[in-house]
Design a protein around this ligand. Structure first.
Ligand SMILES: [Zn+2]
Length: 67
């Protein structure tokens, strides 16, 4: 399913394809390239917090969704 996530940096709506109903991990805004971490539970956006580019890379490389 697709979920709309609003970028905390610029407010742009990003469509995010959800594979599981629960997800926690990094996301990048297509417009401003801002990076943030989203928490999705039961197909609902629970939190969306901006993170630094560095943290984003770390999450991508370290595969963060094992929690
Ligand atoms: Zn943005």
């Amino acid at each position: 399913m697709m979920l709309i996530i609003q970028c905390p940096e610029c407010g742009t709506k990003n469509s995010f394809s959800l594979i599981q109903s629960t997800y926690e991990g990094p996301c990048r805004c297509w417009k401003c390239r801002g990076t943030f971490v989203v928490t999705i539970e039961e197909e609902e956006l629970k939190s969306c917090e901006p993170i630094s580019e560095e943290e984003f890379e770390k999450l991508i490389n370290g595969n963060a969704s094992t929690r």
